[in-house]
Design a protein. Structure first.
Length: 314
């Protein structure tokens, strides 16, 4: 079945193996450097998370949110609490991610951008395309989830919530989930991918390892949810490798989380573990196929075959 596509698959794998995110970082005494990075990252991560948490602790209601994390009681004003919770979550996660990124840059003596979009500038177009592509795919899969028995109760359309709180909630979700998505991408598709690239540059291995680690850090005991997140982490890793940066993955990650928080369930309930059926992975398979096609079409615009020898030499 895949025989006609084999030349395209081989070409994509060869190009991904020469990605700037895994090439061009020779390291002397790699294990010593890695140990130094782990220690420094642990210190900076805690310092940054504490500093950011302290900075926002003065916001009204923030201390109450920090003291009682988890699903919030429902009510006309509950979206205010949801907004504070996402701000707290994003601030701590963003601070921790910056600490890890800074530790990597200091340990390996590389510019910060070498772990984000090396050899080029930030490309907002890629981020926008990633967001729009994932948002469209999420909308396409809504009828599938409904047909499989999922309950659709969009928080932003629920009349029990006061109008002004829905506006606050939308604004907080856009900003907070952008920071959270960027933080997770910086850690997983940035620092982790860059460092695992020192061990192997085989794209499929990198996608597998990155996806599993990405899913594991969410600590969701539901095996179906674990596989679903691992697949998402794998496809975003592939996007980062093929496009040479994190922009597309950040946009797609944001769209996925934003659609859930706005149209499926309030933010505080999204992290609650559920017993999912394996058939729930069907929409994830469709999403993966569509996103792969989009990434490959986009990669044709960004990867010049003439650059591959230079990448390999680097």
């Amino acid at each position: 079945m895949l025989a006609p596509l084999r030349p395209q698959i081989d070409r994509a794998l060869a190009e991904a193996a020469q990605s700037p995110l895994t090439a061009g970082m020779a390291v002397i005494h790699p294990w010593r450097r890695l140990a130094t990075f782990v220690l420094l990252a642990g210190v900076l991560m805690m310092v940054m998370a504490f500093a950011v948490g302290l900075a926002i602790s003065g916001l009204p209601g923030m201390r109450e949110q920090a003291a009682s994390p988890g699903p919030l009681p429902d009510g006309p004003l509950s979206l205010i609490g949801e907004s504070l919770q996402v701000v707290l979550f994003a601030s701590i996660l963003g601070g921790a991610a910056f600490g890890i990124l800074l530790a990597a840059a200091l340990t390996y003596r590389r510019p910060l951008k070498d772990f984000l979009w090396p050899r080029r500038r930030f490309d907002p177009a890629q981020m926008g395309i990633g967001f729009l592509a994932m948002a469209c795919v999420c909308i396409i899969t809504i009828p599938i989830y409904l047909a499989m028995g999922s309950q659709w109760d969009p928080p932003i359309l629920d009349p029990q919530y006061l109008d002004h709180t829905r506006l606050i909630y939308v604004s907080a979700m856009v900003l907070g989930l952008l920071v959270a998505a960027a933080a997770e991408e910086v850690v997983c598709r940035g620092v982790l991918l860059r460092l695992t690239g020192l061990i192997t540059r085989r794209p499929l291995v990198l996608c597998l390892v990155n996806g599993v680690v990405f899913s594991a850090i969410h600590m969701d005991p539901d095996p179906v949810a674990f596989v679903s997140r691992a697949v998402s982490g794998g496809i975003w890793t592939w996007a980062a490798l093929r496009l040479g940066g994190l922009e597309f993955a950040i946009g797609a990650h944001l769209a996925n989380n934003l659609i859930i928080a706005l149209f499926w369930q309030p933010f505080s309930q999204a992290g609650v573990s559920r017993d999912s059926a394996w058939i729930d992975l069907a929409p994830e398979v469709l999403t993966t196929v569509i996103m792969l096609v989009i990434v490959e079409r986009l990669a044709r615009r960004y990867v010049d075959p003439a650059e591959l020898p230079a990448r390999a030499a680097a």
